[in-house]
Design a protein around this ligand. Structure first.
Ligand code: ADP
Ligand code: MG
Length: 339
C-alpha cells in the first residue's frame, strides 16, 4: 500500500485555524481594530452592516503597507511583529501570531486598500476564500481600509449558527468598548447600518469611560494608582453605592490588552468587602503594566487569558491598592448603622 499522509492545502489549513480565531463577527472586529492600533493609528473608524454579517470595515490612518506586504499579510504565520521565539516574551503589540488576516480571508470576501505615508500610490487587493482575485496599484489616503464581507459565506453551518443581529451587535460593541477604553488617545467611531453608534474623540481615560459607559459616571469614579517592582497599576473603580446587580462593567487590561481573569476580579471584589451590597458588582477599569517576560499571553488564539509568574503578588497588590483608594475617598458603607 502507498503512504497516505499529506499536507493539507493552505486554504483548508486556514479554514481550520479560522474556526479558532474567528467565532463570530465580533472576533473579526477585535482582530482588525487591534491591527489598526498596532499600525500606530490615532483615528479608527469601524463600519458594520447587518451586525457584521454582511460587512465589517475598519479604516485607519496608521502606517499602511507596501504592495508586497499587503499580499504577504494574508499568509498564515505572516507577521511583522515578532521574528524569533524569544520575541514571544517581549510582546508589546496586540498581534503577534500572524493568523488573523489569513483566517478571516479564508472565510470571507476581503477587500484591502492600503498606502504607506511615504508612497505615492497605494495597493488594492481582493481576496476570497484564501484566493487572491486581484491586486493592483491605486490611489489611496495613507493608512489602511479593510472590508470583510459575508463572513462564513463558504461555511453555511457556521453562518447559520450566528445569533440574531442584536446579539451579534452586542458582542461587537463589547469588543469595541474594550479597545476604546484601552486607547483613549485614539479617535474612534462606530457606524451600524448607516447610523453613528459611537463618536469618541481622543480624551483622557476618565472622559473615555464617561463617554462610553454613561454621562453620570463622572462623579462615580475613584482613581487607583500603584507603582511596585512587579506591576504598575492605574485606572478607576466605581464607588460602591453605584454597583450594579449585573456584571459587564469590569475591565482588566494587561499591557493594554483586555483580559478575562476570575482570580484578579476576585482581588478587586474582596477589596470592596462589606462596602458592596450583596450580589452586586462594582465598575472597574484597571490597567496592569508588567514586564512582558513575566507573563505568557500565548495561552489561547484569542489572547484573552494570561499566565503570570507572580500571580499571588499581583493579587495582593491589586487588592491593597483598591482598598487604599476606596479608603482615601472616604467612602462609607451605604448601610446606615445609626438607625
Ligand atoms: P498579527 O497582527 O498577529 O501580526 P495579522 O494576520 O493580524 O497578524 O496581520 C498580519 C500583518 O499584516 C501584521 O503583522 C502587519 O504587519 C500587517 N497589518 C495588518 N493589518 C494592518 C493595518 N491595519 N495596518 C498596517 N499593517 C497591517
Ligand atoms: Mg493582528
Amino acid at each position: 500500500m502507498s503512504d497516505i499522509i499529506q499536507l493539507l492545502p493552505d486554504s483548508v489549513a486556514n479554514q481550520i485555524a479560522a474556526g479558532e480565531v474567528v467565532q463570530r463577527p465580533a472576533s473579526a472586529v477585535k482582530e482588525l481594530i487591534e491591527n489598526a492600533i498596532d499600525a500606530g493609528a490615532d483615528k479608527i473608524q469601524l463600519i458594520v452592516k447587518d451586525a457584521g454579517k454582511s460587512l465589517i470595515q475598519v479604516i485607519d490612518n496608521g502606517c499602511g503597507m507596501s504592495g508586497t506586504d499587503a499580499r504577504m499579510s494574508f499568509e498564515r504565520h505572516a507577521t511583522s511583529k515578532i521574528k524569533k521565539a524569544d520575541d514571544l516574551f517581549a510582546i508589546r503589540t496586540m498581534g503577534f501570531r500572524g493568523e488573523a488576516l489569513a483566517s478571516i480571508a479564508a472565510i470571507a470576501q476581503v477587500e484591502l486598500k492600503t498606502r504607506r505615508h511615504e508612497d505615492e500610490l497605494g495597493t488594492q487587493l481582493f481576496i476570497e476564500a484564501s484566493e487572491v482575485l486581484k491586486q493592483e496599484a491605486c490611489s489611496a489616503t495613507p493608512g489602511t481600509s479593510i472590508s470583510v464581507k459575508n463572513l462564513f459565506y463558504n461555511i453555511p453551518a457556521r453562518r447559520n449558527f450566528l445569533k440574531s443581529n442584536p446579539v451579534e451587535m452586542r458582542h461587537i460593541i463589547d469588543e469595541f468598548q474594550r479597545v476604546a477604553l484601552a486607547h483613549p488617545e485614539v479617535f474612534f467611531t462606530l457606524h451600524h447600518d448607516g447610523q453613528e453608534v459611537y463618536h469618541l474623540p481622543a480624551v483622557t481615560l476618565k472622559q473615555r469611560i464617561v463617554h462610553l459607559l454613561g454621562n453620570n459616571y463622572n462623579q462615580r469614579l475613584v482613581p487607583v494608582e500603584e507603582d511596585t517592582t512587579i506591576i504598575k497599576l492605574n485606572g478607576f473603580v466605581g464607588k460602591p453605592e453605584f454597583a450594579r446587580k449585573t456584571r459587564g462593567e469590569q475591565f482588566f487590561f494587561v499591557n493594554n490588552r483586555f483580559i478575562k481573569d476570575a482570580y484578579l476580579n476576585h482581588a478587586v471584589l474582596t477589596a470592596f468587602e462589606e462596602l458592596l451590597p450583596d450580589e452586586s458588582f462594582p465598575l472597574y477599569v484597571l490597567f496592569i503594566d508588567i514586564d512582558p517576560s513575566k507573563i505568557d499571553i500565548n495561552v489561547h488564539p484569542t489572547k484573552t487569558e494570561i499566565k503570570y509568574q507572580d500571580e499571588k503578588a499581583i493579587y495582593a497588590i491589586i487588592r491593597s491598592a483598591v482598598k487604599r483608594s476606596l479608603g482615601r475617598y472616604n467612602i462609607t458603607p451605604s448601610l446606615d448603622f445609626d438607625q
